[in-house]
Design a protein around this ligand. Structure first.
Ligand code: ZN
Ligand code: ZN
Ligand code: FE
Length: 753
């Protein structure tokens, strides 16, 4: 007897070949019915033998297309309509679009096989893609996701592509960016003002230039990379010099997994991340050091080729390990428009490998890392954005503007939290423009009028994002304290807005309730009921304010504020530069000093004590240097870092570090002890607060918790206790996660602010 079922599938089911997959599956099982995109996912009507329908449902669950993510399946009985055939029906659209904008996907194995098959019509074609792979967010100009709404609209389909596009059994059925060498865009080479238009020759020539140690600008999915041979120190230093990027590490692209394994130590989990369709940069422990690539850092950031062009470059003989760094001048966002790439990278790149397909928006490479608490995103962009990361309640859409550094924005609408790609530091004009564009973009795509949203922003009145919020006249706005947003981001990710936790937020800087520079905070409470500050790092002072963030010696002076004579003595015995003594004088006279609880600065102070006497050239550099140093040191002892019920007192800790240093103890061993001591301080304070408030879960968030050694120590300590530890996974622990936390707090509490 025939039965019928109605199935509603939610999750990432658009732009990932989901409907063709359902179609083929139904055909194979000889079921009747139809599939279409509904208002909140994919709707399926299926008719046939009950047992066959069961295996149909089973297969949707167990083997959906690789990039699809089924989060929910609603199954109900339906009336038999006597449908013998199975069809893909046009979308039904009623309300605001709730289907997600898909993220960009790495080229799939089927397309890759064709790429190197001389008999295939897409043999060696740089823009090959299908329903399961290729560009999405970086080509979409507006929704619904159809070719005329993409940057591919200028290329009319040839008869062969058109046939594939319209054939439901074809793996390119409705693949919006479909193209072939006949009808699609191509890459060309620009060098010495001349264009080499023949694609194959252009890529061959680019590979040859790379072999010769030249620097190439290469257009990727979401922007331009600057590429050079990572094993050619001369090339790497030239790139640094021309980019004026002195020490910040470069990301690498390895030809294949085998090559990646020679560069870094990879666990099964890390290999899986490297090979995942998002193809992020994976930070892992370096096995070899490549001169100039990542000075003073124990990790290397490695990714695998993710576009057909990358594979072709290696195929045509590019060196097996390439530096692949953002195409920009230092500090600026990655360039993604062709004219801009040619002008902005003049003097940096020797030649340009330019693809004709325009990039709809700038999207950087994502960065992930596996720490003691599992995999976590450090920079969320290509391959992940703008997929929703979690569900958020609330009847009004919330637009959360994030923080000024490592900015992202979050739009909470229809119960989903959509987090944008990493947009950069808003002081940069280009990044601020991207910030404004992305707000417009996401609101337009989800058809949310700005005036209907609650706008959440950082409490810092000086942030450009806060000022932007202040300029929105027709909107209700709420200011969210930075460190509460860090903690809330983790709770939002876990869908646990009611969960009472201890929230530990350690970072470099954030505006506190009292106007001080916070960054070592302990909260008790939940997102729903509010997070109350119940502890913090003992206040230090920061001479020179923001400048102190760049000069660890200055932070050190501020952390010795109440023992200036001892500090001067330490400074003399360690032969610290004059800058330290100048800062001490500021501290003594209380000139241009600001109160702070920043743990980021505490790490800077320790680094300064252990020999980091220069200025930093990128955020977190001194702490990374200290972690690197500590990893080579034995753990001989733990220093005191007492918790008195309200404050973590850094004074005995820094004094012990200084004493050991003056005794001539090995700096690596001291750095190692310092990490362990900080972890123990956190551990003890959290256990005490947990006991006092009857709480069994701690949240760790903020940029300081990107420190893998600190996390490993904390993991080891908490494993021996009853306390559960929650950290960021889907959004970064750094300020890239702030917008999600703001959105969560605003969504449940906007009436209470
Ligand atoms: Zn494909
Ligand atoms: Zn074609
Ligand atoms: Fe922060």
């Amino acid at each position: 007897m025939k039965t019928a079922q109605r199935i509603r599938v939610r999750g990432i089911v658009q732009g990932v070949g989901f409907r063709p997959f359902i179609f083929r599956l139904a055909k194979r099982l000889q079921l009747g019915g139809w599939v279409c995109n509904g208002e909140s996912g994919v709707e399926i009507h299926v008719e046939g033998e009950a047992a066959v329908i069961q295996s149909f449902i089973q297969e949707i669950r167990t083997s959906p297309p690789p990039s699809a993510q089924v989060t929910e399946m609603e199954i109900g009985d339906a009336a038999v309509e006597g449908l013998a055939d199975f069809q893909i029906r046009e979308s039904m659209r009623k309300d605001r679009p709730t289907v997600h904008i898909p993220a960009d996907l790495a080229v799939c194995p089927s397309c890759l096989a064709e790429l190197f098959d001389p008999a295939d019509r897409r043999f060696l074609y740089s823009y090959s893609n299908c329903t399961e792979c290729g560009p999405r967010y970086t080509v979409i100009q507006r929704l619904p996701y159809d070719r005329p709404h993409t940057t591919m609209r200028a290329w009319a389909l040839c008869p062969s592509c058109s046939a594939e596009y319209h054939e439901p059994t074809d793996r390119r059925f409705h693949a919006q960016p479909i193209a072939c060498p006949e009808c699609g865009p191509h890459y060309y080479l620009l060098s010495d003002g001349r264009e080499l238009r023949e694609e194959k020759k252009a890529i061959e020539q680019a590979a040859e230039l790379l072999r010769a140690g030249r620097i190439m600008a290469v257009k990727g999915l979401g922007g331009y990379h600057l590429a050079c041979d990572a094993e050619n120190a001369q090339a790497v230093w030239t790139l640094r010099e021309r980019k004026r990027r002195r020490e910040k590490p470069f990301a690498l692209m390895a030809k294949d997994l085998e090559t990646a394994r020679t560069l870094v130590e990879l666990s099964a989990e890390e290999e899986e991340l490297l090979l995942s369709p998002a193809r992020p940069i994976v930070l892992a422990r370096a096995k070899r050091s490549l001169e100039g690539v990542a000075p003073d850092i124990a990790d290397l950031g490695v990714m695998l080729p993710y576009t057909p062009l990358h594979h072709l470059l290696f195929h045509f003989g590019a060196p097996p390990v390439l530096v692949m760094t953002s195409g920009n001048r230092s500090g600026e966002p990655i360039v993604y428009r062709d004219e801009e790439a040619v002008t902005a990278l003049q003097g940096i790149a020797d030649a340009w490998l330019i693809g004709e397909r325009p990039i709809a928006r700038r999207v950087d490479d994502s960065v992930v890392r596996v720490s003691a608490f599992g995999p976590a995103v450090i920079r969320r962009a290509r391959g992940y954005a703008p997929l929703p990361v979690t569900r958020l309640p609330g009847d009004r859409p919330v637009l959360a503007l994030g923080a000024d550094l490592k900015n992202t924005i979050t739009l909470a609408v229809n119960g989903q939290a959509i987090v944008s790609q990493h947009l950069g530091d808003l002081e940069q004009y280009e990044a601020f423009t991207a910030f404004e564009e992305t707000i417009r973009d996401l609101l337009a795509m989800y058809e949310v009028p700005l005036s209907e949203t609650v706008v959440a922003h950082d409490l810092h009145p000086g942030y450009r994002s806060s000022q932007f919020a202040g300029g929105l006249e027709s909107c209700e706005t709420v200011a969210v304290q930075h460190h509460r947003a860090h903690v809330a981001a983790v709770l939002a990710e876990r869908n646990a807005l009611d969960k009472r936790v201890i929230g530990v937020a350690f970072d470099g800087t954030g505006y506190g309730d009292d106007g001080a520079i916070w960054g070592g905070e302990l909260f008790v409470g939940s997102v729903a009921a509010g997070l109350e500050r119940r502890g913090h790092l003992r206040y230090a002072v920061l001479p020179g304010g923001d400048a102190a963030a760049r000069i660890p010696l200055q932070a050190m002076a501020g952390f010795f504020a109440d023992q200036p004579e001892a500090a001067a003595d330490i400074g003399r015995r360690l032969e610290l530069p004059e800058r330290f003594f100048t800062a001490l004088k500021l501290v003594e006279k209380q000139l241009r000093t600001f109160p702070t609880t920043s743990v980021g600065r505490l790490f800077d102070a320790a680094a300064a004590l252990l020999g980091y006497t220069g200025a930093i050239t990128y955020e977190g550099q001194a702490a990374i240097w200290l972690e690197h140093l500590a990893r080579s040191g034995p753990l001989k002892k733990v220093y005191p870092f007492p918790w008195d019920g309200e404050e973590l007192d850094y004074r005995p800790l820094l004094r012990a570090v200084a004493e050991d240093r003056l005794q001539g103890e090995d700096a690596a061993a001291i750095a190692r002890s310092f990490h362990r001591s900080v972890a123990e301080g956190v551990f003890r304070s959290v256990l005490a607060l947990g006991e006092a408030h009857g709480i069994d879960t701690v949240v760790l968030s903020g940029g300081v918790f990107q420190n893998a050694l600190l996390l490993a120590d904390l993991q080891a300590l908490f494993a021996e206790s009853e306390m559960q530890v929650w950290t960021n996974k889907a959004v970064p622990p750094n300020d890239g996660g702030i917008s999600l936390g703001q959105a969560a707090l605003a969504a449940v509490r906007h009436d209470k602010f």
